[in-house]
Each structure stands twice: as C-alpha cells, then as structure tokens.
Design a protein around this ligand. Structure first.
Ligand SMILES: Cc1ncc(COP(=O)(O)O)c(C=O)c1O
Length: 370
C-alpha cells in the first residue's frame, strides 16, 4: 500500500514532546482522572477486570452515547480508539477504488489521505476566507452527481474553527439526499463553541449521515483514546467487521470513564470547563493579534482550540515555524500542512501562561523576520 505522509500528524509526532511551548494542540488542556473521578468511581475503576470486553463498545457506554443523538440505538454506535480510528474504520470499510468522494477543504487531512490511497476519485470543495470560511454551496452542487458515493465534512472545522450555519447544514443535507450520498462528518470539535449554542449534529438531520466523534478535543481527554462512529446500522455493522482487523476493541478503563463523561450532567460540566478556558484564552490571543494587525489577517474561530491566520511576511510558513521551533522552542503548525502557505495554525486551548509566554517569543521572531 502506497500512502502519502500525513504531514500534520507526522510533524506533531516528531516535535510536540521536544519543545518547551507546544502550541500545536487543537483541543483543550487535558484534565487528570484524579480531577474527575470521585473516590467511589476510582475504586470501581481499580476493580475492573482487564478483559477485552464487548469489541464494538460496552453496551452501557453505547447507551449513554445514544442519549445525545436523536433516535439512535446501540447498534448505531461503534466505539473506537479516538476519532482517528473512527475515521480510518469508516473510510477503510466504505471507500472502494474509483469511488467519487467529495471532500471539504481545508481539513484535517486524514480522510483525504485515506481516500487517496484507497484509489478513490477525490473531489475537493473549499471553505472561502472571503466568506468567513464558509463554503459556496453552488461549488458543492456542481461537484455532486449520481456517481458521488459520499460527501465528507469537518464541522466545526479544523483548521479554521468555522462552523456551518444551520441553513447551510440543511442545504448540504438536501444536496446529499438528492443523490442519496453518504454524508460523513467529523464533529470532533462539537461542544467547544466559543459563543452560542452547541453546534447541531448532522446525525439528527439525515438518515445517511455518519458522524465521527471522540473525547479528545472538546472533552479534554485525548489520552483516553476514546471515540466513536454514529451512523446507519449497516455502515456501523460493516465498520465493526473492519475493526476486527485493526485494534479489535478499545480499552476497558477508557470505556468506563467515557460512560461517566457522557452522562448528561457530567458532560455539561466537562464541556463548560473547556469552553471557559477557550473563551478566556481567545481574549488574550485577540489582543495579541490586534497588536499585529499589519502582519495578520485573522477571522476568529467559532469553535475548537485553534486559530488560523494569514500573514503578510515574505517567508514560507514551514520556514517560519521551523525557525520558531529551533530558536525559541515554540511549536506552531505551518499552513503548508494544509497545502496553504502563508497561513499559520496555533492552539489556544492550553494553559494560559504557556500561551502568553509563547506569544511573547513569537513576537521576538516576528520582529526579526519583518
Ligand atoms: C478533525 C480531527 N479529526 C480527528 C482527529 C484525531 O483525534 P483523536 O485524538 O480523537 O484520534 C483530530 C486530531 O487533531 C482532528 O483534528
């Protein structure tokens, strides 16, 4: 199998643990289990027998997840090792060579990479900066036809932090439904909104929607490696069969904690901790970027722990980020990782002190470069 390098993940894997200021993370500063579990729950956790468990996910966990999706039953849910495995399972079990796959860009490039190496005919449509990172749905309409097997979105979006309006969501569903295309949506940043209500899930809007989710971003628990797919039962059943070839099952401890996190009241608490941190950090970031309005064009994110901005300095984005990493031990993501030179992506979901110190060091480099 020949596959293209997953630039974004590769570069993070190489350096995120070697720098002093890792500002590449798109989620929220993780919490410890001590901060989350009661004494009684800790005791229960310690007494869990370390078997394989139910390989498509513990029924109690899948029941708990169902509460958050209209009409979902446990056979609509497949529990996976993070969203990464949810995406891989969905794509690996559904995409065949020659299939037409329409993908929103910019995007976390996982589905794009897998679809390419599976031999799909990948057709991109774009979020446009001049539309505040919304798509022009006429572009999408022109790409979708009877041959379209699926449309893949990331909403809220990585890297722009943009969120589709409800009108646009409905219109996209209509476009997909017109040809009965599968609508795959990576919703990993749902629940990390910086303003307003939680973004609706596409699962509630369309019977051919399949959604990827995990506890890694808005729920601040990436180390737990818990994710899921929620979608039509036939696609989920096929995904489960594929999953027997990947990791067989997820871990028992993670499943127990995830069941607690998805309990409606606990879920609210976890999400509101994250949203509070994001909002406070965005205020700091906004004042920093305002002091550089000559250098950056910035559209504030609507959700997620990331900011994405265009710069007007005469330096390639990878070169700028490499310099920052080597000279200041500050790590941010180059637009090149999304095929978009002259843009930068920075994480704002970490500890505020780290963000503030990191921004000061970036200032030093900006003074040198510009
Ligand atoms: C859009 C998107 N999907 C999936 C993933 C993978 O997440 P997980 O840690 O749940 O595997 C990421 C990680 O950054 C992401 O941004």
């Amino acid at each position: 199998m020949d596959f293209e390098i997953f630039e974004l993940e590769r570069i993070q894997s190489l350096y995120e643990n070697t720098v002093k200021y890792n500002l590449t993370e798109s989620g929220i500063h993780p919490f410890t289990l001590r901060e989350f579990l009661t004494e009684e729950e800790t005791e229960t956790l310690l007494n869990i027998r370390m078997g394989y468990g139910q390989t498509d996910g513990a029924p109690e966990l899948r029941e708990m997840i169902c509460n958050h999706y209209k009409g979902a039953e446990i056979d609509n849910i497949l529990v996976t090792n993070g969203s990464a495995e949810a995406n891989f399972t969905f794509a690996g079990s559904t995409i065949n060579p020659g299939d037409e796959v329409v993908i929103m860009l910019p995007n976390y490039m996982q589905i794009h990479g897998i679809a390419n190496f599976l031999g799909a005919n990948v057709k991109p449509f774009y979020l446009k900066e001049e539309l505040n990172w919304a798509p022009d749905l006429d572009d999408l309409k022109k790409l979708v036809n009877d041959k379209t097997k699926m449309i893949c979105l990331c909403n809220p979006n990585n890297p722009t932090g943009a969120v589709l309006s409800e009108e646009m969501m409905k219109e996209i569903v209509q476009i997909a439904d017109h040809v009965r295309a599968i609508l795959h949506v990576d919703e990993i940043y749902r629940g990390a909104e910086l303003e307003g209500d939680e973004t609706p899930t596409f699962y509630d809007l369309y019977d051919r929607a399949i959604v990827t989710m995990s506890l890694s971003k808005s729920y601040s628990l990436p180390g737990l490696r818990m994710g899921w797919l929620v979608g039509p039962k036939d696609i989920i059943a096929r995904g489960w069969a594929f999953h027997d070839y990947t990791s067989i099952s997820t871990n028992m401890l993670g499943q127990y904690v995830a069941t607690l996190v998805m309990e409606p009241e606990r879920r609210k608490q976890v999400l509101s901790r994250g949203r509070g941190m994001l909002k406070s950090n965005l205020v700091k970031f906004q004042s920093w970027i305002d002091s550089h309005s000559d250098l950056f064009h910035f559209i504030p994110p609507k959700a997620g722990g990331i900011v994405f901005m265009r710069y007007n300095m005469d330096i390639n984005s990878t070169e700028l980020c490499t310099r920052l990493r080597k000279e200041k031990s500050v790590f941010i993501i180059a637009g090149d990782s999304f095929g978009m030179d002259r843009y930068l992506r920075m994480g704002i979901g970490g500890e505020q002190k780290e963000l503030l110190e990191g921004m000061e060091l970036i200032d030093e480099t900006l003074r040198e470069v510009s």
